[in-house]
Design a binder for this molecule. Structure first.
Ligand code: EPS
Length: 372
């Protein structure tokens, strides 16, 4: 239902996102998108680029007088650090797209690869995701994320209520709700920086207010968990996605792996637990959707790894370009955007409609039926 494309290079003129399929009548302003772009730029461990850029998305089309018109929405983010004449790079970084990209496209220069493979592209995703997030808000669906692990330091405590968790994560420089763990994470980032190293980690993304029945048990390619996994795995440096208990479910007996069913007058069906992470049979259950992503450490190391020069074939050290020590907090914001895009798509698939008011009507009817 929804399609979205990005274009642009890390040091090109800028980034473009085109979001097609958004219904008419969704109130949206550049300021709203700006808040999300700003969140992506923050986080302890980010590099110097984030001091240069002040990402803002200009709405070029698809929004008239502060409301979506149903036409494709084009968003433009200018790069302040536009560098059109950078020299070639021939020393590929292990872990980056450099070498395989150059082999695949027959390049004798990895800059042509890294310019597009750079996670700078995720700014465009966050901009498109912000529009989807605004749409979901209209239906009472919200998305939050928090960092649970960086460089092997894991959060051991979290506020019980979602709203408190969200606030604590937003207030933390590493977007971790456990203040003790956050301090240790920042110390670990300092150590990594001194050593010329980088750190990965884990982020949990939670979607609240999602009605039961988004996705499908009928069609393999409409399963909500499968769509989320693909969208999240497509984010730069993400190597793992798990939903609910995730991999731990393989070591859990059935009696403790599932969520027992209850019913209450006025509430309808509900679960005592949420081990499934809000998805059963490829469909949302109505419980919060809980997804975790594992991010690898960034592959630009100040103490570079061994590599081979593309042209001379001599052993060399991998190229060192400006980068971040840790971008796990930012990855959480990008992951929220990708989850928003997937959920908006699934909502449109189920509730259709060209104008927000049509969708709201059909959505309310459905909710009422589910309750009864
Ligand atoms: C990024 C901008 C880039 C990188 C980073 C993400 O800016 P520059 O290369 O000019 O410093 O900092 O990309 C990577 C870490 C990577 O490995 O590609 C951004 O805007 O998020």
């Amino acid at each position: 239902m929804l399609r979205f494309y990005t274009a642009g290079e890390s040091h090109g003129k800028g980034l473009i996102a085109i979001l097609e399929g958004m219904p008419a009548g969704v109130p949206i302003h550049e300021e709203y998108i700006h808040v999300q772009l700003k969140r992506r730029q923050l986080g302890y461990g980010r590099g110097a680029r984030m001091n240069i850029e002040q990402d803002r998305a200009e709405i070029l089309s698809g929004v008239i007088r502060g409301e979506t018109s149903g036409a494709p929405i084009a968003l433009w983010i200018a790069n302040r650090d536009w560098r059109p004449d950078e020299p070639d790079i021939t020393r590929p970084r292990p872990g980056h797209a450099d070498l395989t990209g150059a082999l695949k496209y027959n390049f004798r220069d990895v800059r042509r690869v890294l310019e597009r493979a750079s996670a700078r592209e995720t700014a465009a995703r966050v901009a498109a995701g912000a529009v989807c997030r605004r749409f979901l808000e209209e239906l009472g669906i919200s998305i939050l994320s928090h960092v649970t692990e960086i460089g092997g330091v894991a959060a051991t405590w979290r506020p019980k209520r979602w709203e408190e968790l969200r606030e604590a994560a937003e207030a933390s420089e590493v977007r971790c709700a456990d203040p003790n763990a956050a301090r240790q994470m920042m110390a670990a980032i300092d150590v990594a920086r001194e050593r010329g190293d980088t750190l990965g980690g884990i982020v949990e993304v939670v979607a609240l207010g999602v009605p039961p029945g988004l996705g499908s048990y009928v069609h393999w390619d409409r399963k909500l968990d499968a769509r989320l996994a693909m969208a999240l795995m497509s984010i730069n440096a993400i190597k793992g996605v798990e939903i609910g208990l995730g991999f731990a479910v393989a070591r859990t007996p059935g009696s403790q792996a599932h969520d027992e069913i209850f019913w209450e007058e006025g509430v309808g069906f509900y679960r005592g637990t949420n081990r499934a992470g809000g998805i059963e049979g490829g469909m949302s259950t109505g419980e919060p959707i809980v997804v975790r992503i594992a991010m690898k450490p960034l592959s630009t190391l100040l103490q570079p790894l061994r590599s081979v020069d593309l042209i001379t074939k001599e052993p060399v050290e991998a190229v060192v370009v400006r980068s971040d020590v840790c971008a796990v907090p930012a990855a959480g914001v990008v992951a929220e955007a990708m989850v928003a895009i997937v959920l908006a798509d699934a909502v449109l698939e189920k509730f259709g409609g060209d104008h927000l008011s049509d969708i709201k009507k059909s959505y309310e009817e459905y909710r009422q039926r589910i309750k009864e």
